[in-house]
Structures are given as structure tokens and as C-alpha cells.
Unconditional design. Structure first.
Length: 114
């Protein structure tokens, strides 16, 4: 069996600088950057690779990335501070703030209900 040491999800982006600044603004940390060829931002348990593209399609298309937080009010404050458009929702699994990165990737903060 193969041993996997680390994992990441790669998102195609139009503007590397804008993408890095966006993810830093919501609390991720720049882990590595290879000029404008590739970058990695990370948070607890997740590394997101940012890969530049000239293609019309960017973002993750059909994948959403969730960030579990203790207090939804802190996520709300962060999104408002950074002028990020969001919608809110509640369900049996928790309270959610849904938003997008500059390339259309669906992201959300969730305060779990369990």
C-alpha cells in the first residue's frame, strides 16, 4: 500500500496575486509559491493549490470547500470586513455562510450543529 504524506485540492485561477490575497483574507496562510506558476495556501487539515490558467473555466466548478468554525459570527464579521458577498443558511447539520472566491469556487463557513 502507498503512503500518502500530504494532500491538496488544486483550483484553476485567472489571477494568482488576487487569488492568494483572497485566501489570505479569509484566514489561510501562504505555504509555498513558485512565482506565478503555482502556489499553495493552507489551513488546519487542508492545502489548496492555486494554478494559473488561460482557459475560460476557472475555479473548482462542481466542488465546494467548507471551513468548520466555532462561531459563525466570526465568519460573518470576516466576510463583511473583506466585502465578500455571501448568503446564509441553516439546516440540521449546522449554520452556513456561502460565498465564492474570485474565480467562482464555492466556499462556505459552517458552525456545525453536532
Amino acid at each position: 500500500m502507498i503512503k500518502i504524506n500530504e494532500t491538496n485540492v488544486t483550483i484553476m485561477v485567472k489571477d494568482m496575486e488576487l487569488a492568494i490575497k483572497f485566501y489570505e483574507s479569509i484566514g489561510l496562510i501562504l505555504k509555498n509559491r513558485w512565482e506565478d506558476h503555482y502556489a499553495m495556501v493552507e489551513t488546519a487539515g487542508l492545502t489548496i493549490g492555486l494554478h494559473p490558467t488561460e482557459e475560460a473555466k476557472t475555479g473548482s466548478m462542481t466542488v465546494s470547500i467548507g471551513f468548520m468554525i466555532d462561531k459563525l459570527s466570526e465568519g460573518l464579521e470576516l466576510l463583511e470586513k473583506n466585502k465578500i458577498v455571501f448568503t446564509s443558511a441553516s439546516g440540521k447539520s449546522g449554520k452556513y455562510l456561502h460565498f465564492h472566491d474570485p474565480d467562482g469556487t464555492v466556499l462556505y463557513f459552517v458552525e456545525p450543529g453536532w
